[in-house]
Design a protein around this ligand. Sequence first.
Ligand code: NDP
Length: 603
Amino acid sequence: MTSSDRLAPADDLDVEALRARYRAERDKRLRTDADRQYHELSGDFARYAEEDPYVEPGFTRAPLTDFVEVAVIGGGFSGMLAAARLKEKGVTDLRIIEAGGDFGGTWYWNRYPGAQCDIESYCYLPLLEELGYLPKEKYSYVTEIYEHCQRIGKHYGLYDLTLFQTRVSELAWDDTERCWIIRTNRGDAMRARFVVSALGTASRAKLPGIPGIDSFEGHSFHTSRWDYGYTGGDTTGNLWKLEDKTVAIIGTGATAIQCIPALGRHAKKLYVFQRTPSSVDTRSNKPTDPEWAKTLQPGWQRARRHNFADIIEGRPFDDDLVNDNWTSIFREVQSFVVRNAKTIGPEAAMAHAELADFRKMNAIRQRVDETVADKETAEKLKPWYRQFCKRPTFNDEYLPTFNRPNVKLVDVSESKGVERITPKGLVANGREYEVDCIVYASGFEITTSFKRRVGFDIKGRGGQKLHDYWADGYKTLHGFASHGFPNWFYIGVSQNGLSVNMTAMFDDQAQHIAYIIAEAKARGVSEVEPTPEAQDGWVSTIKKLSVVNRAYLESCTPGYYNNEGDVSGGQAGQTYAPGINAFNALLADWRGEGALRGLSLRP
Ligand code: NDP
């Protein structure tokens, strides 16, 4: 039974009591240092960003100073899609520069046990039709996703044109040679006419700024650099080396939800340090039905992604093709507001959405009661906030893990986080917990400043730094390009249509960028960049359409969605509010005109 099957009747809701509880739980966690509470990786912890546990040490190669037509920075899904789509357009003088030892990006680095994509695989894994591949299950685990990255690399001949184990340290436009100079940690100073930055949205780990974090004398690692040498086992679990170890995990977000079941199964003792519980709905994974596979017609993946986005963005749809707990949340909680705001008025629509949200979250909390035997633990595991204050999670093994005698939940909400780390362990609620190992499931730089997320300078014409230029908000045409940064394109989340199904979003962006670069080449253009007028126009379109619900965000428990409670900062309201399908239609029309409108083209 899914949570959506057991919605409580409206008259069961004590709206005022629920609102008061949500407020109290938020206030308890609100910190004045907001997102400054997190540490950038430095000192000994820099290894979480720089070390690669998946390659043999000692790799060297001679520095490069050569020239390519297009350099793609990043070999995750977005970079691979950019290269693949460019090749399809006949642009073959390409190079991918990737920090890891293989393709995959997030799925290369995040190989913690239980890692799985929580978006349906038939929508998430790109290029399924192009490669004639169908995922094994409705929700793919990391091994299958990583293999799919390699499949794309082989199919599109990307291995031969990729520099692995190479981290970019600076991008600078050279106005004399009219190309980009790309410096790296390998001593390279390569040149490229065009650069596509495909840097990923969660690629830099962050750490909680817990006092004493440097003093711990035991073992520790971040989930994005899982240390199987220490734990034993692999992505499927079997962490046999933990059988005599006491382990602490800090964090209970989307990552922790997936790896805690394996830690619980294998550690002698596991302490889960929780500041805010996640909303955990059912997963109900299942093998791909071969009979269904036979019914798929050409174009099915694009149609499915489109249908998924229609539901999520509250547009009319005939059938819910994905039909899972993502789509059910949006159907129940969000779609009504979007569809009916015009007829019943925004206030009535919002009130309705709040009731739907309370019902949904009541069902999520009820699931905790039904699953976790110890009443005190169950109470602590219940999320008291609205569904979209934090990323919803889906897992069938997480909650039952707390019925194991070796697993203990440590609530650190009163102290707004773990109080202190000592040489021997962690202090919470006045007690020291001695542990052999600390696992940091503390997330990534997702909404912090562009410089902090990217980690290197991008210098455009006249040495202008992109992070200065974007310091008070993105300035782009369609989210891809900025005036003063010729021949530079960005794939990611900026002033474009946003989707929870990131790879679909990346693919549409990749196709658009490939079109512009191919057209520029065909028209003999050496430099392309937005005109200031077109860029200003797009920035004001984004602002005009912005529908940031400030009151909603302010009422949320802190997290990266609301800039840790400081809604005056962060990136809310910078994406294209009508959504991904509307954005793609707009770009398709723009391409259809064939005029490259808003771009200045220099021969
Ligand atoms: P999150 O940022 O979501 O979670 C970090 C966790 O660390 C939170 O539980 C946070 O608590 C906790 N924390 C931070 N500081 C402290 C502290 N001082 N003391 C105690 N606890 C602390 O990171 P994740 O890695 O879980 O997820 C990041 C994102 O990655 C997801 O939101 C999602 O976008 C993506 N992801 C996607 C998956 C997929 O299936 N597609 C799977 C996994 C991740 P609090 O909540 O109180 O801040």
